[in-house]
Design a protein around this ligand. Structure first.
Ligand SMILES: Cc1cc2nc3c(=O)[nH]c(=O)nc-3n(C[C@H](O)[C@H](O)[C@H](O)COP(=O)(O)OP(=O)(O)OC[C@H]3O[C@@H](n4cnc5c(N)ncnc54)[C@H](O)[C@@H]3O)c2cc1C
Length: 98
């Protein structure tokens, strides 16, 4: 993303360089992003993105490059915390069987 040095060049200011702020900045092409944190923080082990999020990432032009780095969830399986046995499942793809 282009760094803006002259703040008078921008008419949109986004506060917070999180998912929402950075994606909005990509969509607008011309915005100043202000972030209070001094560095990028990586926390957690995974990020689950649903269909609407992928649509937004496609609109800003980064969906395909991110898809190459992702694992697609085929479905959900429920396991009893008491017995450890599989109780139910939900395929997320219409052709998928669990
Ligand atoms: C443990 C955990 C797991 C999650 N897992 C998922 C998941 O799997 N899938 C999913 O879709 N969502 C998940 N979420 C939710 C997701 O992280 C949030 O919905 C998303 O990060 C919100 O994005 P945001 O840009 O609105 O806010 P944030 O990502 O919180 O970004 C806000 C940014 O604004 C900055 N900021 C705050 N105040 C100021 C200020 N005054 N001045 C300048 N900068 C400021 C902060 O430093 C931060 O960088 C998870 C959340 C948590 C906590």
């Amino acid at each position: 993303m282009k760094k803006v040095h002259n703040h008078e060049d921008v008419d949109i200011v986004i506060v917070g360089a999180g998912l929402a702020g950075l994606t909005t900045a990509l969509a607008l092409h011309r915005a100043l992003v202000l972030e209070s944190s001094g560095s990028l923080r990586v926390t957690g082990f995974a990020l689950t993105l649903w269909t609407n999020a992928w649509k937004a990432l496609d609109v800003v032009g980064i969906g395909d490059s991110l898809r190459q780095k992702c694992i697609q969830i085929k479905g959900l399986k429920m396991v009893s915390p008491y017995t450890g046995l599989f109780t139910s499942g939900q395929p997320l793809d219409k052709d998928e069987k669990l």
